[in-house]
Design a protein around this ligand. Sequence first.
Ligand code: FPP
Length: 211
Amino acid sequence: MAKKLNPDWKIPEHVAIIMDGNGRWAKKRLMPRNYGHIQGAKTVEEICEVAYNMGIQYLTVYAFSTENWKRAEDEVAGIMRLLRRYLEEALQDMEKNRVCFRFFGDLSKLSPDLQKLCRDAERRSEDYDVQVNFCLNYGGRDEIVRAARAFAMDVAEGKYKSEDLTEELLSKYLYSADVPDPELIIRPSGEMRTSNFLLWQSAYSEYVFMN
Ligand code: FPP
């Protein structure tokens, strides 16, 4: 059951989380890294529920970066398996949970079945209000480069002139086009870096680094 919240609390509209420390968490317990990711995925579910109950409108989760492909093959395969299972379950419970799914990142590198699960989840949940954005094969620089390229294409096609470009217009070419910037970004694990996460959107965000 949802706890009653203190009415004086100012609840952010958008919270973003850098998932980190799964490997170290598992190592401390003498378990394989993938066990850490399994627990990490469970934690994401718990966070989604708490965020929903707190009235947070947007939650963005950095689940797999453009750099994460460099990890050991079996670790990447394990993370992809987890994502598949997570999305299959999310699709089954879609009408019950009523959460809108969005994916930020270049999904074309994911396996075709995973891409389909992402697209199905987006399509079937598009009318729901509370939104969870999963960053998959996501990089902040890559996102800005793609946006710049898409704008350049529109200029080439005569839709815009180069001088039409403003911060507001560039924002519309990002994965986060219609999502407000996060007020709060949380990174567990003790690392105090942004690691290419929401570079554009985090210009005014507050960071909380946790151990
Ligand atoms: C960072 O911890 C975590 C990842 C690179 C992968 C996280 C992805 C999942 C748990 C997959 C499932 C996700 C969802 C949303 C269902 P790390 O391995 O960098 O930890 P370390 O820094 O301690 O090594």
